[in-house]
Ligand binder design. Structure first.
Ligand code: TYM
Length: 346
């Protein structure tokens, strides 16, 4: 992939409360990639409407995810922060990809099956086409690296398949237009660290998610210190003390999850957590976890509240980010139109 400049892209949906899984699996990692890469972070509002959203609430949530990005430490001047619907290239490229991807590929997506549930006939066409829009999000910027949680792995595999098939289907035209052997990079998913799959606090076999009916299953980024403490104290555990080695976490999903959360919050490995806390009872470990969680999350929540009090500032950040994103997107779309054979103004 030598010909592609390294670029990071990732997105978060503005639906429901942001939780600790979004923070540790994605947003916190977005922050650390800023030192080594050019980054584009997108509030994917067009993805959100694949399921009906209350318009006022959608606008609020777009601003809230943006506030979370900024509060966590993303720098919107050095990098790009914007909401997807302000850059029309996402929808345009998604259409081209709808025609490149195969029905079979989209039909295999487990997230569609989960979200559509039993009543598949009644799911929106957009929900089915969602992975092609996601491929477009990434490839519109010809991004090479995408930090995400584990639940997005299959969508990133489809993104790679779409890029590969586009490069093959149009190889002659790509070369003719001076783009060499491949127009799109084969994007690398970055699914790293101890918290790529944060589990529910009520059930170690279920992913922590926005849609779980129990608020005690997750820590929301906007929860105050008391709520965080209460949720951690009530988190499901088993009766054994913590093991001293990670091997000992294997058949203990709840213990494994709390250790992973602690490790990710502290930026250390689960091994290091167990070196310190192995042999402790959960009551003691939970007290330590509450301290860490509150000290790391409360400042983010406080800054989010401060930013949300000035929506005009957030909107200005998004408009500025969208202007810069559009610059890159327009170049890609012009090239894609030439490669595909569409006629356009010169
Ligand atoms: P979304 O909005 O559901 O989640 C945002 C990010 O949070 C991660 N995540 C988790 N990580 C660890 N543990 C969990 N329990 C957990 N729950 C969520 C997700 O993996 C994701 O990284 N389709 C995407 C949004 C998207 C996107 C993109 C991402 C649209 N276009 C292009 C990357 C590149 C989604 O629904 O994420």
């Amino acid at each position: 992939m030598a010909q592609f400049k390294e670029l990071v892209f990732s997105g978060v949906q503005p639906t429901g409360n942001l939780h600790l899984g979004n923070y540790l699996g994605a947003i916190k990692r977005f922050v650390s990639m800023q030192d080594t890469h050019d980054c584009i972070y997108c509030v994917v509002d067009m993805h959100a409407i694949t399921v009906w959203q209350d318009p006022k609430e959608l606008a609020r949530q777009i601003r809230e995810v943006t506030a979370a990005f900024l509060a966590a430490g993303i720098d919107p001047k050095k990098h790009i922060v914007f909401n997807q619907s302000q850059v029309s290239g996402h929808a345009e490229l998604a259409w081209v990809f709808n025609c490149v991807a195969r029905m079979g590929w989209a039909s295999r997506m487990t997230q569609f099956k989960e979200k559509a549930g039993k009543d598949r006939e009644n799911a929106s066409v957009g929900l089915f086409a969602y992975p092609m829009l996601m491929a477009a999000d990434i490839l519109l910027y010809r991004a090479t690296h995408v930090p995400v949680g584990e639940d997005q792995k299959q969508h990133l595999e489809l993104t790679r398949d779409v890029a590969q098939k586009f490069n093959n289907d149009f190889s002659a035209s790509i070369a003719e237009h001076g783009f060499g052997e491949a127009f799109f990079p084969i994007t690398e998913p970055l699914i790293h660290g101890p918290a790529t799959r944060v589990m529910s606090l009520r059930d170690g076999a279920k992913k922590m998610s926005k849609s779980d009916p129990s608020d005690y299953s997750r820590i929301n980024l906007t929860d105050d210190a008391d709520t965080i403490a209460q949720k951690i104290r009530k988190a499901k555990t088993d009766p054994e003390p913590l093991p001293s080695e990670v091997e000992g976490l294997k058949a203990r999903p709840e213990a494994d999850n709390l250790v992973a959360i602690y490790a990710a919050l502290m930026d250390v490995t689960p091994e290091a957590v167990l070196a310190e806390h192995g042999g402790s009872q959960f009551s003691g470990f939970k007290t330590a976890l509450v301290d860490v969680a509150v000290s790391k999350l409360a400042p983010v929540a406080g800054e989010m509240r401060r930013l949300m009090a000035d929506p005009a500032h957030i909107d200005a950040v998004l408009v500025d980010g969208a202007d810069r994103a559009r610059g890159i997107a327009t170049e890609t779309m012009n090239a894609v139109k030439d490669i595909v054979g569409f006629v356009r103004a010169r």
